[in-house]
Design a protein around this ligand. Structure first.
Ligand code: DAH
Length: 341
């Protein structure tokens, strides 16, 4: 009998075994009292004396190899056959590490800004990204032929027009003024975060999609002073107490009077640098007293109520706050960037 061919046959037979009973039978065939290994051992005696020692050694080595093959197969079968309840769990084994994600920097800034306004009594409202011409333009005192339509131009949907005009992707969160005021009575104080869309070419400071937060408050005798107080509180919370703020006259169709709000440059401390264009001031938002035409549109009595509104770009606030110089970083999904927040 040739050891090599016995081993080959055994290996082949082992691959075909799939339960403990047939493994036991095979074991008897090889390692049993009258098994192949026993026969090999007894054949030693019939060899010429000078070959016995070497062959004996070979048989012994082969025997432990065969034992090993059976032990291995036994372990394999037991791992499969053992019911789960009997399997031993080694609780000292290291666990599988889970990578924890975190919220996007834009989400973090939205949450921070919303919580600042919540603390002074504002309600958070989310409007729709698909809107009508009425909510995005006409209701906000931007009639069809008004040149300001161009500044707020957007993407139109290929859907049949409705009473409120064509469907579009909103280009400003000011739409929520129309939506929220139409279903609420004053006093009302709302902030509305969300996405807006504009057909702008993408570069370091423009994108076809970005985020804004709109805020507005309407009640009896709301004045420009209230607007100033609320915005100053906001600016100091986000950028720190040392930052100063100024109103610069401007025009928005939905507010009268209107103003843009600047903060003193947080990079150069108002000395003048490349970020603020050597002016010492950074523009952060638009604001004003809500135009009576808008209040009339939502059915508010303009003799009784006045209100203010403001709107800002979230990406701009985030870029200033964290010193980010390219708006595209927010949407590229580069973990090296995102993991820093
Ligand atoms: N909707 C304006 C924009 O997208 C921002 C804005 C300016 C909102 C003045 C306001 C406001 O509520 O009063 O540029």
């Amino acid at each position: 009998m040739d050891i090599t061919s016995i081993q080959k046959t055994l290996e082949q037979e082992l691959t075909e075994i799939n339960n403990l009973d047939s493994l036991e039978q095979l074991k008897v065939k090889y390692l049993g009292r009258k098994g192949l290994l026993a026969q090999l051992t007894s054949s030693i005696g019939s060899l010429p004396a000078e070959q016995r020692a070497a062959f004996g050694k070979e048989v012994n080595a082969f025997k432990s190899r065969v034992q090993q093959l059976f032990n291995q197969k036994l372990a394999d079968l037991e791992a499969i056959e053992q019911p789960k309840s009997k399997q031993v769990v080694d609780i000292s084994m290291p666990g599988i590490a889970q990578d924890l994600g975190n919220s996007h920097p834009i989400t973090q800034v939205i949450e921070e800004i919303c919580s600042i306004f919540e603390r002074i009594g504002f309600e958070i409202v989310e409007g729709n990204e698909i809107e009508t011409e009425f909510a995005n333009f006409t209701g906000l005192n931007i009639p069809l032929d008004h040149p300001a339509r161009e500044a707020f131009d957007t993407f139109y949907l290929e859907l049949p027009s409705v009473k409120e005009g064509k469907y579009l992707l909103r280009s400003q969160t000011s739409t929520v003024q129309i939506r929220a005021m139409s279903i609420r009575k004053p006093p009302i104080a709302v902030v509305a975060p969300g996405r807006v869309y504009r057909p702008d070419a993408v570069d370091a400071s423009h994108s076809f999609m970005f985020h804004q937060i709109e805020g507005f408050m309407v009640d009896k005798a709301i004045s420009f002073g209230h607007l100033k107080g609320v915005l100053e509180f906001f600016v100091h919370q986000v950028f720190g107490k040392d930052v100063s703020m100024r109103f610069r006259p401007h025009h928005f169709p939905f507010t009268e009077p209107s103003a843009e709000v600047d903060i003193s440059c947080i990079i150069c401390k108002a000395k003048g640098c490349s970020v603020c264009g050597r002016k010492g001031w950074l523009e952060v938002l638009g604001s004003g007293m809500i135009h009576p035409n808008v209040l009339k549109t939502v059915g508010y009595d303009t003799k009784k109520y006045t209100g203010f509104a403001f709107g800002m770009g979230i990406e701009r606030i985030a870029m200033l706050k964290y010193g980010i110089n390219d708006i595209r970083l927010f949407t590229e999904n580069d973990l090296r960037f995102l993991k820093q927040f």
